[in-house]
Design a protein around this ligand. Structure first.
Ligand SMILES: [Zn+2]
Length: 94
């Protein structure tokens, strides 16, 4: 069964050394298939709001366990992505 997963990873911010959280969405056609349709949905430092899209070497990103992120019939994946980016943008204001 086709499922969508949200992947979150964290790494240090170059600007303030705070925690950056980065998210991506991927689709699995069934339990044993590889993930496809991988889309970055945003990255932001929780401390200063810096948008850093990847970890700076030698530091590495730490990956959280993927979680199922099911689009409903009425909310398409693209809208979920937009909502997630909007949430990150709101976090930017604080
Ligand atoms: Zn920062």
């Amino acid at each position: 069964m086709r499922k969508q997963y949200l992947h979150l990873s964290t790494y240090h911010c170059d600007a303030c050394d705070g925690p950056v959280v980065a998210g991506s969405l991927a689709v699995r056609e069934n339990e044993i298939s590889k993930e496809t349709d991988i889309r970055e949905v945003g990255a932001i430092c929780l401390s200063c709001g810096h948008r850093q899209s990847s970890a700076t070497a030698p530091a590495r990103a730490r990956h959280l366990l993927p979680m199922e992120w099911a689009p409903t019939d009425t909310i398409k994946a693209s809208h979920l992505t937009a909502a997630f980016v909007e949430a990150l943008n709101r976090a930017d204001l604080h």
